[in-house]
Design a protein around this ligand. Sequence first.
Ligand SMILES: Cc1ncc(COP(=O)(O)O)c(C=O)c1O
Length: 432
Amino acid sequence: MTHSASPDALPHAAMDSYREALEHWRETGQLRRCRTVIPHGDAGESSASTLVELDGQLAINFSSNDYLGLSQDERLKAASIEAIQHYGTGSASSRLISGTGPLVQALEAALARFKKTEAALVFNSGYQANVAILQAILEPGDLVFCDRLNHASLVDGCRLSEARWTRYPHLDLDNLEARLRKAPTEARKWIVTDSVFSMDGDYPDLCALVEIAERYDALVMVDEAHATGLYGDERSSGLCEQFALSHRVALQMGTFSKALGGAGAYVAGSRVLMDTLINRARGFIYSTALPPAVVAAAHAAVALVQTDFQPKTRLWENVAYFEQQAVQAGLAHRFQFPLKSPIVPVLVGDSTQALQASQALLDAGYFVQGIRPPTVPVGTARLRIALSAAHTRPQIEGLIQALSHALPESPDLTGSLPQPESSAGCTRESLR
Ligand SMILES: Cc1ncc(COP(=O)(O)O)c(C=O)c1O
């Protein structure tokens, strides 16, 4: 008996149907592929974490979520190496069997202090966390209200649950309230939203959202994947801290995989909810715990963003510099200024045109990923520029120049991406 799978041995009709689907995606500009991205050590003038080799070509990386440049930080690397030397490379078991060691316990205690909650729990990835949390906390009869542009992992968590869930238009809190008004008072209700939206770089008026939740006895879950490490004057723990809402949001979820430069995720909240997750979240129960090196790097990153504010300051300076340069270059109409986050979408509309613009930027030495449906709604394909503390001013100037040439001619698209409303007395003047 042979163990090597030969495509010839597989049922032809079934395989042909996959081949046809791939061909269809290729023809309609939807085909995706993994590209080899190698951080370039010998960066010369450029910072090591922004110069990359992409499919053999050198480019400045404007497609990374490493907003603070921490994935290359020596302090995080040292923490990982030390953890491997003490504890080895794997955790060897799921958390409830023998996978809960002192490193993950220390990280969870640090996270609870970071997020100002009773307790916190570590998950293996943001995707796994969201699916597992929602599947665990929702029961038949519950009602869930989601922003239409919530991350796919939140959508999938709702899908896996047996609760009834509905989506309100992006950031439209009046619409959310109208839906809550009609909901049966006796039903348990959750409002689930990204804090910073990964493909739009905007965020809801969280104060107003929490006030609505309180009016209708709803619990709130916020995904701080793209906010952790970037917002909050005291601890940099996210938008819940920035808006002083930590005690009014039932679940604050976030990841170590973006600004914290590592991998894995956390959720913070009450002891009751953490214990519920420990007992019911399948993604937590049935998966091997994160390896020591990853846990140690996450802990080092959580400590670092609370003590070293330099990367955060540099990042927000870069965000302001991008904006200033874009205005000077006459490109302001392509963006929604003022920027709310380091995520800068440039709406193109058509998928093929977005890919062409991305390729033109790459030809000029800038790696800016084109984002297409289904990641974003049909007709809103875009370039997604992700700014980092590690970018230099010449790199930002160069990108703006390249954008002037690479973007397809288009009408003024300002307003095509919805703007968050702000509520008086609640929203902070400046979030930088
Ligand atoms: C809002 C949001 N939530 C969750 C995730 C998933 O996180 P992870 O990449 O750690 O699985 C992402 C990122 O991909 C995200 O953008």
